[in-house]
Structure formats: structure tokens, C-alpha cells
Design a binder for this molecule. Structure first.
Ligand SMILES: CC(C)(COP(=O)(O)OP(=O)(O)OC[C@H]1O[C@@H](n2cnc3c(N)ncnc32)[C@H](O)[C@@H]1OP(=O)(O)O)[C@@H](O)C(=O)NCCC(=O)NCCS
Length: 170
């Protein structure tokens, strides 16, 4: 698995691969965005958000993009923190690919951002697969944020996880 999973920046030629998971209801079910039904809309999103993003990478399996992973740094006095997120095409779920990708991120991100001390992730209390990814990657559970956001019209509790720079890479 180790060398089969790699990370790299996106480019617009990845549109067709990106569309595979962006158009998948099983992936968007846990996310704030709606399932894409048009490649043109996705192309516009890639131009406006993916390419300019400070740290977003394609999760590649044998060189082909099958998902995305990103860290969004906070600013000002919060610049010691960033938020981690990820999505994987559903046909590849359950193979340990996202766990490997998260470990790759943790191995580089503290060098990539000066002052970064903490990577945090917010996961729906019902998104057990994502919670397992974080726990297998060495994250600690900080607590549950009750009634924290609205997912597809439903108010949800979220689990807050963190990994700090001195935590051991597993
Ligand atoms: C969450 C997601 C990224 C996980 O990716 P993945 O590559 O399948 O994750 P991994 O294989 O590394 O690990 C998943 C683990 O959770 C387990 N799992 C998955 N769904 C589960 C469920 N409903 N209940 C219990 N365990 C579950 C898997 O068996 C695996 O554990 P194992 O290694 O002990 O067998 C993927 O399901 C996804 O893209 N989901 C939709 C988007 C999303 O939820 N993003 C995160 C928002 S916070």
C-alpha cells in the first residue's frame, strides 16, 4: 500500500477523475456541498477553489487521482491551527487509502506551514469510517461539539479531533 498511495497538486486535466467522487451521492452525503451533476460546474469550482487552495492535494492510487485531501490554515492568532478534510471515490473505500494519505499529510504539513502546531478535523458523529481514519492516523478525540452545524438540512453534533506537532507519527 505504501508506495501505491501518493499525493500531488491538482491541475485542470484532473477534471474527469475529480468528477467521479464529486458526482457520487455516497461521498457528498457527509459534506456541506451538493453532489455535482455537471462537469462545467465542477471545472468552475476547480478554477475558483481547488487550484488557488493553499494546500489541497490529489490522493493518487497507482498514479491516478481517486480523491482529495486538504489542510486549510487559519490566520492571525489562530495560525497555529489548520483544518483537515478528505474525500475518496467510494469504489476505493475500506482499503486503508485515506488513512495512508492522512499519514502522508502529517509527515509534511508541520514543515509546510511556519507556526503550525495543531491539525484539527471535525467529523459527523455518525461518520464512523472517517472517525476510524483519524484514530488510525494518531489523532486524539477532543470532544463532541453539540448542535454544531447543519448537514443537508439537519442539525448535527460533530466530533473534534486533533493531532499536534509533538504527537508520534504512527
Ligand atoms: C471517510 C472516507 C474518507 C474513508 O476512506 P477510506 O479510504 O475508506 O478509509 P480507510 O480504509 O483508511 O479506513 C476506514 C476504516 O473505517 C471503517 N469503516 C468504514 N465505514 C464504516 C462504518 N460505517 N462503520 C464502521 N467502520 C467503518 C473501515 O472498515 C476502515 O477500518 P479498518 O481499516 O479497521 O477496516 C471515505 O469513506 C469517504 O470519502 N467518505 C465520504 C466523504 C467523507 O466522509 N469525508 C470526511 C468528512 S469528515
Amino acid at each position: 500500500m505504501n508506495s501505491e498511495v501518493t499525493l500531488r497538486p491538482f491541475d485542470l486535466a484532473d477534471l474527469d477523475d475529480f468528477y467521479v467522487w464529486a458526482s457520487d451521492d455516497r461521498v457528498s452525503a457527509w459534506c456541506g456541498w451538493d453532489t455535482y451533476t455537471s462537469k462545467e460546474d465542477l471545472l468552475n469550482y476547480m478554477k475558483s477553489h481547488v487550484l488557488p487552495h493553499p494546500w489541497m492535494r490529489a490522493i493518487c492510487y497507482h498514479g491516478r487521482p481517486i480523491g482529495s485531501i486538504f489542510v486549510t490554515p487559519y490566520k492571525g492568532n489562530d495560525r497555529c491551527r489548520c483544518e483537515l478534510g478528505y474525500h475518496l471515490a467510494s469504489q476505493y473505500w475500506g482499503k486503508g487509502i485515506t488513512t495512508k494519505a492522512v499519514k502522508l499529510v502529517l509527515g509534511t504539513v508541520f514543515r509546510d506551514f511556519e507556526d503550525l502546531e495543531r491539525v484539527e478535523a471535525l467529523v459527523d458523529v455518525d461518520n464512523v469510517g472517517s472517525q476510524k481514519v483519524l484514530e488510525k492516523s494518531g489523532f486524539s478525540k477532543d470532544g463532541v461539539l453539540r448542535r454544531f452545524w447543519i448537514l443537508k438540512g439537519k442539525v448535527k453534533d460533530m466530533v473534534l479531533y486533533s493531532f499536534i506537532s509533538t504527537d508520534p507519527l504512527v
